[in-house]
Structure formats: C-alpha cells, structure tokens
Design a protein around this ligand. Sequence first.
Ligand SMILES: NC(=O)c1ccc[n+]([C@@H]2O[C@H](COP(=O)([O-])OP(=O)(O)OC[C@H]3O[C@@H](n4cnc5c(N)ncnc54)[C@H](OP(=O)(O)O)[C@@H]3O)[C@@H](O)[C@H]2O)c1
Length: 237
Amino acid sequence: MTALRGKVALITGAGSGVGRATALRLAREGVGVGLLGRRPEPLQETATAVRRIGGQAVVLPADAADEVAVGTAVAQLAGDLGGIDALVYSAGVGLYGPVEHYSLTDWQQTFATNVTGLFLCARAVLPFLRRRGGGHIIAISSGAGRRGYANLAAYSASKFAVIGFMESLAEEVGPDGIKCSTILPGSILTDFGPSTRAEKRASGKKYLDPEDVADAIHYLLTQPDHAWAQQINLWPF
Ligand SMILES: NC(=O)c1ccc[n+]([C@@H]2O[C@H](COP(=O)([O-])OP(=O)(O)OC[C@H]3O[C@@H](n4cnc5c(N)ncnc54)[C@H](OP(=O)(O)O)[C@@H]3O)[C@@H](O)[C@H]2O)c1
C-alpha cells in the first residue's frame, strides 16, 4: 500500500478522536474512507470535513459488534468505492473501576466493542483485501495491552486480547500479502474514558494528539511491500 491515492480504507470509531484524525489524514492522501461508528451525527461531521478537503467518504452507522450490521457496512463501502484495501480498527470503549464493581454487562460490552468488533470487521474485509491481492489491517490496542493497571482490568484484558488476535491473524494472512499491525498508544488527548479533553488538558499531564496516532497509521500504510512494522509503541513525551 505504498501509494495511497485511490485506495479505500474502512475506519471504525471514525466519528471522534483517533478514528476521525485518521480519516482526515488518509483522505488528504487520496484514500477513500468508510466511516463506521454507532452514532450517525459524528460520522456525518467527519464526512463533511473529509469532503471539504476534497476527499471521498461513505458514512456507515453500525455497531462494530453486530455481525449483520458489519457485513452490510463492508458490502456498502466496497460497492460505493469499488473495493477495500485497509481496515483501521479504532473503535473502543473503556471501563474503569475496581473488578468487584464491574457488572457482567459492562465486562461483556468492553469485550464486544474492543475484541469481537475487531474480529467481525477483520473477517468481513479479508475477502475484499484478497481480491486486491493484499492489504493492511491495523488495530489500536493500548499501553494497557502490555501491562495491567489497577482499575483497568476489563479494558486491559480486552487490549491484551487485541494483540493476541492480531499476532495470530498476521501469521495466517501474511503469506497472502496482507499485513497486520497493532499500535499501542499511551494516553491520547480525546474524550475517551472518564475525563473530557478539556479536563485532560487542564490536568497538566502529557498526552499524544490523535493526529500522532493517525501519522503512525499513515507510516504503516506507506511502508514498502518488503517491510512490515508489526507493532508500534507510541508514548507521550
Ligand atoms: N484516548 C486514549 O488515551 C487511548 C489510549 C490508548 C488507546 N486508546 C484506544 O484508541 C482507540 C480510539 O480511542 P479515542 O481516544 O479516539 O476515543 P474516542 O474518541 O472515544 O473514540 C472511540 C470511538 O469508537 C466508537 N465506538 C465505540 N463503541 C463502538 C461500537 N460498538 N461500534 C462502533 N463504534 C464504536 C465511538 O463512537 P460511537 O460511540 O458513536 O460508536 C467513538 O467514535 C480506542 O480503541 C482506544 O481504546 C485510547
């Protein structure tokens, strides 16, 4: 995927944060973007921003953990833009608090979005990548996908699962020209989790910008065919 112009990427979580920044970063390079998320309004807003810079966007309101909705969204994107070359799985939810306070529903919803959704989206796009003779699947894990933190057990477990899934998938589909890469970012200045962007900014702590992660995604997609970055650890500095 070294030359990006004319390629098509499905981006989940595209209504905000890293997903939105990635849609704009790739659209600027001439990539047609499919924007998937549950709420249509933020997706429409991202699509408007993409079109304002001359890009092509397809709005795909869907729950990434809904098998039927994902299948429909992927088929619509491939139909509208003529195929799919990449998946950027940025949809994610965070559950914070001590394990004894988690409800089973909270636990299951964390895994549904962070892990099951990745599986469903990857499985749905793979036939389209194969039709192109290759492609790239990129998932956003977390620093919490390498070590556990107190009050983050469900989130951390789900992000460890993302890494295991992506390592296995890479072995399966790499021989077919499909690269699988995972980004493990530290804290990012978005509305993710219990504090808003404004609260994070006011905290004085160090954060990545969502555009930093979008730049890493652009880097992954523009490596030559013979080079594969499997993981990127990206920290605020
Ligand atoms: N922010 C951080 O500090 C940080 C650090 C490390 C890793 N990450 C990871 O980075 C990724 C992006 O997070 P972000 O910071 O950009 O947060 P964000 O702005 O909250 O973005 C998450 C996006 O995921 C979408 N989403 C949630 N559940 C979904 C579902 N079931 N189906 C489809 N879309 C869903 C949300 O939109 P809807 O609610 O409309 O569906 C939202 O647009 C996440 O995977 C997160 O775990 C974040």
